[in-house]
Ligand binder design. Structure first.
Ligand SMILES: CC(C)(COP(=O)(O)OP(=O)(O)OC[C@H]1O[C@@H](n2cnc3c(N)ncnc32)[C@H](O)[C@@H]1OP(=O)(O)O)[C@@H](O)C(=O)NCCC(=O)NCCS
Length: 180
């Protein structure tokens, strides 16, 4: 059975979630739903097909306004500050790591950045990596298309033309699937 990606709801068991990062666990347990209800952020969860209330992973998206440094090639002609979609938080429960679910949430975020930008504008997906290990995951997936945009080195930007390209590839992939 395919793992479902859905908006966070009251029924989801947020307190049992453990991605081995306290801040990310605490955000899901105590803040994600309230923030979602107030439309400050949107949180999407992957449900375990065997128990749909079990959260396998989550991603929290919101809008942001950022300054792109002059050194960024893709940002040369932009006038700061610029709007973008922010991947604020993401975690996969330790029981489900290493099975492609982080990749699925990142792809979802990239496709969302493309869709939102098409409707209201936005220069791509900005990612707040929590630490160097998290950054390594994003760099592994995004490669040289990801640009570092702050001095900490943990704020990353995937330009909108790359998001659009990856979203198109993703659409073609899902159309090729039987029954899609
Ligand atoms: C980082 C995290 C989201 C990755 O999720 P995951 O489901 O285990 O990752 P996936 O199985 O989708 O991995 C996809 C690919 O990334 C690679 N990868 C996973 N974690 C990686 C890391 N920390 N560094 C480099 N590469 C990594 C995998 O090897 C895999 O490579 P492949 O496609 O070439 O085979 C997860 O480990 C996690 O929740 N970590 C703790 C919280 C965190 O750091 N969140 C992100 C910060 S906001």
């Amino acid at each position: 059975m395919r793992v479902k990606l859905t908006r966070i709801e009251k029924r989801h068991n947020r307190k049992k979630f453990d991605c081995e990062n306290k801040d990310l666990n605490d955000f899901l347990a105590h803040s994600a739903r309230t923030s979602d209800k107030k439309r400050m952020t949107r949180t999407y969860v992957l449900e375990d097909p065997g128990d749909p209330n079990t959260v396998m992973g989550y991603v929290t998206l919101t809008s942001t306004s950022i300054d792109i440094p002059d050194e960024c090639y893709a940002g040369r002609k932009l006038k700061n500050p610029v709007p973008a979609l922010l991947l604020a938080k993401m975690g996969i429960d330790k029981r489900y790591k290493g099975q492609g679910y982080g990749k699925r949430l990142l792809t979802f975020s990239i496709v969302t950045a493309s869709e939102v930008s098409d409707k209201i504008g936005g220069i791509g997906l900005v990612i707040d990596a929590k630490d160097e290990e998290a950054k390594a995951f994003y760099v592994h997936r995004g490669g040289s298309d990801l640009e570092v945009i702050d001095e900490s080195g943990l704020k990353l930007w995937l330009p909108i033309d790359i998001c659009d390209y990856l979203a198109t590839l993703q659409q073609q992939k899902s159309q090729q699937k039987p029954g899609a």
